[in-house]
Ligand binder design. Structure first.
Ligand code: SAH
Length: 221
């Protein structure tokens, strides 16, 4: 039996209880060893439904937040024919956990982190765990135009507004999931693109670290 197997099963059960229904997603979150993505001192708390500190003053998102945002992406893809690659761009690699969830679901993942040390650490870990994920250090508020368009874009830090480049880099039929608000309270905006039209839904009750960059917040957070 692998380490923390019971805790992971309990975490998946809790996510289901909180309303996550996608079985593939629940299976992936039960499988991935979240404790590998945080410092050993926090291992014992890895499967609690909480955000935890990582380096550079950032956090690994709460499991429910990861599950909710990922499920919102998946809901947008029901119409994509099976067999074709699904490309996802993540802004805010942090620990690499969200990127691993997306890779386990079979997506081609591109992820950007602005802190060099987090970028290097997560890249090393994702490689060690056997994931083929394109990683980059830089300002994700301008997206990653080279590989656009993306079927999904997921931003894991809170923005003052939706960065225009991300809207442009979204594929027709794609979804952009992004926390928007001030530095205290945010809601998750779920944008769907059809041609050049975008529709939005909003979900409340989440908390994120700030998205800092050209089209994000200024500052040294
Ligand atoms: N997805 C991560 C969550 C990390 S918290 C995980 O699963 O662990 C959000 C991350 O966004 C932080 O690491 C922060 O440094 C990063 N970030 C903030 N602004 C950014 C920007 N403009 N471009 C890229 N990364 C950014």
């Amino acid at each position: 039996m692998s380490r923390f197997e019971d805790e992971r099963a309990e975490m998946a059960a809790l996510l289901k209880q909180r309303g996550i229904t996608d079985e593939a997603l629940l299976g992936v979150m039960q499988k991935i060893e979240r404790h590998q993505f945080i410092a050993p001192v926090f291992s014992g708390r890895a499967y609690e439904d909480n955000a935890l500190p990582i380096d550079s003053g950032q956090t690994i998102s709460q499991p429910y937040t990861v599950a909710f945002m990922t499920e919102q992406l998946l809901l947008g893809w029901k119409s994509i024919p099976s067999g074709r690659d699904i490309k996802v761009l993540e802004i805010g690699t942090g620990s690499g956990y969200q990127a691993a969830v997306l890779a386990e679901l079979g997506c081609r993942v591109f992820t950007i982190e602005r802190h060099m040390d987090l970028h290097l650490q997560s890249r090393k870990l994702l490689e060690k765990l056997g994931y083929h994920i394109a990683t980059r250090c830089g300002d994700g508020t301008v997206g990653w135009s080279e590989f656009a368009p993306y079927d999904g874009i997921i931003v894991t830090a809170a923005a003052p507004d939706v960065p225009e480049p991300l809207l442009k880099q979204l594929a027709d039929g794609g979804r952009l999931i992004i926390p928007v608000g001030d530095l205290e309270t945010q809601s998750i905006r779920i944008l769907s693109r059809t041609g050049d039209a975008y529709t939005a839904q909003e979900a409340v009750g989440f908390k994120f670290v700030p998205l800092i960059g050209k089209k994000g917040w200024n500052g040294k957070q």
